[in-house]
Design a protein around this ligand. Structure first.
Ligand code: CU
Length: 268
């Protein structure tokens, strides 16, 4: 998109608005965010067999031996994703959890944390991915081979999805380095964003800075194409007071279970 706002070389001042949207274009590195031991969440952008578009929240599959991996040949149930990410030698198996808008909230973010959200696009179209409440930073784009459907356990139908990285990081556009509330996710691509449930000063340069946002409650994230968000590409999340999340830790295996990180929760 191109806006003609004056003769070439003219300087314009961008006025900040709405939660200090534009004060910092300082990029954050993935390594800097990882040092904070962030909660990591994986969201698959899926066009189902019935044409339904969904944001499908993915839970890493585990058994007593730990993380579960795909052996490269076995059938996989339709509600699973075999995903080999950059740096992985094998495909991790994820459960594709039911993710209609009206399904239970699974993402409980801890107010004050920075989280890593990974959006991987299994559909044939680009989707603009938007989160309410926070501005976030794009920290990586990775290219994947085209999505493949595996046989299901009967061998008769299409089963789970297989995706593996091509090993190519996709360069970020200069316009993608500042605070964003929406980023595009192209087909066969994973966009990794750092989502701070924190307020930031205009001079911030790193994710370790910032203060707790003190804004808790229920928010949404969704595809920003109207027809898509109205047809199930929208999901809720809840920002929790940290004291409450810390208390939930001690609830043992009773109700919510920890997701990939001890601090991130989903309701299975
Ligand atoms: Cu969309």
């Amino acid at each position: 998109m191109c806006f003609d706002v004056g003769p070439p070389g003219t300087r314009h001042e961008l006025l900040s608005w709405d939660q200090e949207l534009l004060p910092s274009a300082a990029p954050w590195s993935l390594a800097d965010v990882r040092r904070l031991d962030p909660v990591e969440r994986l969201i698959a952008l899926v066009e189902g067999d019935d044409g339904m578009l969904q944001l499908v929240e993915c839970a890493p599959l585990r058994d007593d031996a730990g993380e579960r991996y795909w052996d490269g040949t076995s059938p996989v149930p339709a509600a699973q994703l075999a995903l080999r990410q950059p740096g992985d030698a094998r495909h991790r198996l994820y459960a594709l959890l039911p993710s209609m808008f009206s399904d239970a909230v699974r993402y409980l973010a801890r107010d004050g944390d920075v989280e890593l959200w990974k959006a991987i696009n299994l559909s044939p179209d680009t989707h603009p991915f938007h989160i309410h409440l926070v501005q976030f930073k794009l920290v990586a784009r990775d290219a994947y081979a085209p999505v493949r459907r595996l046989p299901d356990l009967t061998g008769a139908r299409a089963g789970g999805y297989e995706m593996h990285t091509t090993g190519d990081a996709v360069g970020l556009d200069p316009a993608e380095l500042g605070w964003k509330d929406t980023i595009r996710v192209d087909p066969a691509q994973m966009a990794t964003i750092a989502v701070p449930f924190r307020a930031y000063a205009p001079s911030d340069v790193g994710p370790e800075q910032g203060t707790r946002l003190y804004v808790t409650g229920r928010y949404m994230y969704h595809c920003h194409i109207l027809e898509h968000e109205d047809h199930e590409m929208m999901r809720p999340f809840v920002v929790m007071p940290p004291e409450v999340v810390d208390h939930m830790h001690h609830a043992g295996g009773a109700v919510p279970r920890a997701s990939a990180s001890a601090r991130g929760w989903y309701m299975p």
